[in-house]
Design a protein around this ligand. Structure first.
Ligand code: ZN
Ligand code: ZN
Length: 110
């Protein structure tokens, strides 16, 4: 999502490093990488809601799926529908012993 410089019309990527520039009703400043002039901007966030069915909240089954997390021992199960999180079941002892071995495939070792 890029904006246009008010001076030269060049493409501007609003810089949000460290969360800068997100607060509303404040004037922020940035320099155009194209023409070198400084400009000011204000931010307004438009909130979109995406509503969807979550049967698991209505006596249905949760659709838990493993989160993609590194290291693996932080992997949890997250429900795709309602976002509920729960720890992985304890059937993976290799995740508890030896953090380094967890990545080298403890399954099926001799
Ligand atoms: Zn410019
Ligand atoms: Zn759920």
């Amino acid at each position: 999502m890029s904006e246009r410089c008010p001076y030269c019309g060049g493409d501007i990527e609003i810089n949000h490093d460290d969360g800068y520039g997100y607060s509303e009703y404040e004037i922020h400043q940035q320099e155009c990488g194209n023409c070198g002039k400084s400009f000011a901007f204000t931010t307004s966030s438009v909130i979109y809601y995406h509503l969807k069915k979550a049967d698991c909240l209505n006596d249905g089954e949760h659709s838990y799926q493993e989160t993609i997390t590194y290291p693996r021992r932080y992997t949890k199960l997250k429900c795709l529908q309602c976002g509920d999180e729960k720890p992985l079941p304890d059937e993976r002892p290799y995740l508890i012993n030896g953090e380094d071995r967890a990545t080298s495939g403890a399954i099926g070792q001799p």
